[in-house]
Design a protein around this ligand. Structure first.
Ligand SMILES: [Zn+2]
Length: 372
């Protein structure tokens, strides 16, 4: 099982320059490799593999001084990242989804270099060593848990971070026997649990949104390429970073709680129903947070011996969780009132109960009649 930890890095000015340069070298490598794949496909319908590009890299290093000044395995990691992007792209195409073709990375869009630990990188004390960069100071605010596999540096706004990716092998944890829970997500409340608990939208969602909109408005007043624009762009980026951190923290806490309390956690698969139409920004922020919560819960569940699954949400809001009758209602109707059995509960709670029902059924843990 893979887990990762993130720590703040404090590079010197010289190290910052070297890291920025290295990002650029990797970005060029990524973009060139992407162009090669693109051309091969467009001109000869031929797909280029990771193995081919990795072999070429070896040759290229003998002539390109920037590549020569960059750790070989870390370059391979970048080529692998591109390969993964392509695999995900083909997977989406196969599933019939509209998939965007992998894109070239602009200077702002490429922010991470991965090192395999022991090959041009290692941690000792409160320093991390990267080949061609040196020993960079880190603040290890929490212990690293597991066997370190990769060390990456990443740039977010004006800050640098170290990402430590660990393998936490060892014996598989015993399955825990906590109850099952269904989770319905929405814009009004962040989530509704089938236990009857509501998780409100954190106040900072709304506030952050406003702060970001204001910063973006200010930036857009200045013409591209002017120093004022650059200044405000940095503020926008920093705001993004702060928002991301806060959301991450929120998702970490909630997912930790879920996997410790429940043995089975059932989410609705948000990629199936593209949720409610609402104003774009609020939705995109919420969307990202739900996805994050699901991802975190998924991987934390593995370690906690809990099971986390996603189900097809169709029908979960219209069906009665008690008698299975279909009770049509549009979004403005917040209460589920069943004419067949008389059940009267909050619509989101009804949906959450159906979600856990479908989840249990899909695992063959409940009779069919109860759920769909
Ligand atoms: Zn009913």
């Amino acid at each position: 099982m893979r887990t990762s930890f993130r720590y703040r890095l404090y590079p010197t000015r010289q190290q910052t320059r070297a890291m920025t340069q290295m990002l650029d070298t990797h970005r060029h490598l990524y973009n060139r490799a992407l162009a090669e794949r693109k051309d091969a496909w467009e001109q000869e319908q031929r797909s280029v593999r990771y193995g081919d590009q990795s072999a070429q890299l070896k040759v290229e290093r003998t002539t390109n001084p920037y590549l020569a000044q960059t750790n070989f395995t870390s370059c391979q990691q970048t080529l692998r990242r591109l390969d993964k992007t392509f695999q995900a792209f083909f997977r989406r195409v196969q599933c019939g989804e509209t998939a965007g073709y992998p894109r070239f990375k602009g200077r702002d869009r490429f922010d991470t270099v991965d090192f395999v630990v022991g090959d041009g990188s290692k941690i000792s004390g409160n320093r991390v060593y990267f080949q061609h960069i040196g020993n960079v100071r880190i603040v290890l605010h929490r212990p690293i848990n597991g066997m370190i596999k990769t060390l990456s540096f990443t740039r977010r706004a004006d800050h640098w971070y170290l990402i430590v990716s660990c393998d936490r092998g060892g014996p598989a944890p015993v399955h825990h026997d906590g109850p099952a829970v269904g989770i319905d997500v929405g814009l009004e409340k962040f989530a509704t649990l089938s236990t009857g608990e509501y998780i409100a939208n954190p106040r900072f969602f709304r506030r952050d949104e406003q702060v970001l909109a204001r910063a973006q408005r200010r930036m857009s007043k200045y013409a591209k390429g002017t120093p004022e624009r650059g200044y405000h762009k940095r503020i926008v980026r920093r705001t993004h970073e702060r928002i991301a951190n806060r959301r991450k923290d929120f998702a970490h806490k909630l997912s930790r709680r879920l996997v410790s309390e429940f043995g089975l956690i059932v989410f609705e698969d948000l990629t199936i129903t593209r949720m409610i139409k609402n104003h774009a920004l609020a939705k995109s922020i919420a969307d990202a947070s739900w996805n994050q919560l699901m991802r975190y819960t998924q991987y934390k569940a593995e370690g906690a011996g809990a099971l986390c699954i996603q189900i097809d949400p169709r029908g979960t809001s219209q069906r009665c969780s008690a008698c299975n009758a279909v009770v049509r209602k549009d979004l403005s109707i917040r209460v589920h009132q069943c004419p067949s059995c008389g059940l009267e509960i909050d619509r989101d709670l009804n949906a959450a109960l159906n979600i856990v029902g479908v989840g249990l059924h899909s695992l063959e843990l409940a009779p069919r009649s109860r759920c769909l």
